[in-house]
Design a protein around this ligand. Structure first.
Ligand code: G3H
Ligand code: 13P
Ligand code: ZN
Length: 330
């Protein structure tokens, strides 16, 4: 058993309290490898932002759980070396079983998500409560989910989204004891969120997708004043990155993400954690493809992973400063 406290990590409790009161959201950036972790930490230290290092079960399998434990400890030391002791959470993204959540808690995670949103309401409560009971014994915080996001959630693909019902949130949080709640108000996972034909066009030609359901978010806030809300599927799918990828041999479909102004508005509300994975994947892929096309003689991985890491850092700094509002909140 390794407690996250031995690794110098923190749970999400204090972070969320500050985020709810301060009208900002903590970045939850997914990572699978060293370069992504370095970019996240460099961006968060340079901007003075708290951070949630987010690991999916697929990422945990990819990176190896033992290596991850040492990477998390390394992250704490690396941040200090970069000049700032920022609070760092290691969080399991979309945990789908009690066993997986328990295994993460036992190997140094300070926060876990149990995503029972694909189960019946009753089964979701039962599973979430089981995880909360174990996690709280170890001072680990738990995120639950109500409502279904469309798109890819690890091995589960949901074709249609089901908005969170505000009528269930009080009962769910009371019965489970979760520390934060992920909700569904129109975001979705992956890089293919909205097709251009689902969007309207602004006067200057920008595609605008259907707006997030802020009415549902406001109703939830009224039912659970001050309770930390989480937004998944919050990538914006920057069109300049899609262009770079496709003009350098990529074949990505035309797609539109969540406009950053809408995320900014959400971050000022009870939304205190915003999950971003796909935008990072796009930034990295664009940088790598560019090197491959412009410098085909290169074969040293540092020559393409280095620029990818720099592009990621730039993207994360932009999100922290202009979207989440977490700059200087560490
Ligand atoms: O919400 C899912 C995350 O983007 C993680 O994706 O399961 O492919 O690592 P992954
Ligand atoms: P995106 O696919 O929109 O980046 O969402 C990531 C996410 O919600 C991770 O849990
Ligand atoms: Zn998610």
């Amino acid at each position: 058993m390794t407690s996250y406290k031995e690794l110098g990590l923190v749970n999400s409790k204090e972070m969320f309290k500050k985020a709810v009161n301060g009208g900002f959201a903590v970045p939850a950036f997914n990572f699978n490898n060293m370069e992504q972790m370095q970019a996240i930490l460099q961006a968060c230290v340079e901007t003075g932002s708290p951070v949630i290092l987010q690991v999916s079960s697929g990422a945990r399998k990819y990176a190896n759980q033992t290596l991850l434990r040492y990477m998390a400890q390394g992250a704490v030391e690396y941040a200090k070396e970069l000049g700032k002791n920022i609070p760092i959470v290691l969080h399991l993204d979309h945990g789908d079983t009690f066993e997986l959540c328990k295994s993460c808690i036992d190997t140094g995670f300070s926060s876990v998500m149990i995503d029972g949103s694909h189960h019946s309401y009753e089964k979701n409560i039962e599973l979430t409560k089981q995880v909360v009971d174990y996690a709280h014994k170890h001072d680990v915080t738990v995120e639950g989910e109500l409502g279904v996001l469309s798109g890819i959630e690890d091995d589960v693909v949901a074709a249609k989204s089901v908005y969170t019902s505000p009528d269930q949130v009080i009962d769910f949080t009371k019965k489970t004891g979760v520390d934060s709640l992920a909700i569904s108000i129109g975001t979705s996972h992956g890089a293919n969120k909205f097709k251009p034909e689902q969007c309207t066009r602004s006067a200057d030609g920008i595609l605008i997708p259907p707006p997030l359901r802020f009415d549902i978010l406001e109703e939830i806030e009224k039912k659970l004043p001050g309770f930390p809300i989480v937004l998944h599927g919050a990538s914006s799918v920057p069109q300049d990155l899609i262009k770079i990828i496709n003009s350098n041999g990529g074949k990505l479909k035309d797609s539109v993400g969540i406009p950053e102004e809408q995320l900014r508005r959400a971050a000022k509300s009870a939304v205190c954690k915003i999950n971003i994975d796909s935008d990072g994947r796009l930034a990295m892929t664009a940088a790598v493809r560019k090197v491959f096309v412009e410098q085909p003689q290169e074969f040293d991985p540092r020559k393409y992973l280095g620029p990818a890491r720099d592009a990621l850092k730039t993207l994360y700094m932009h999100k922290i400063k202009n979207v989440l509002g977490s700059e200087g909140k560490a």
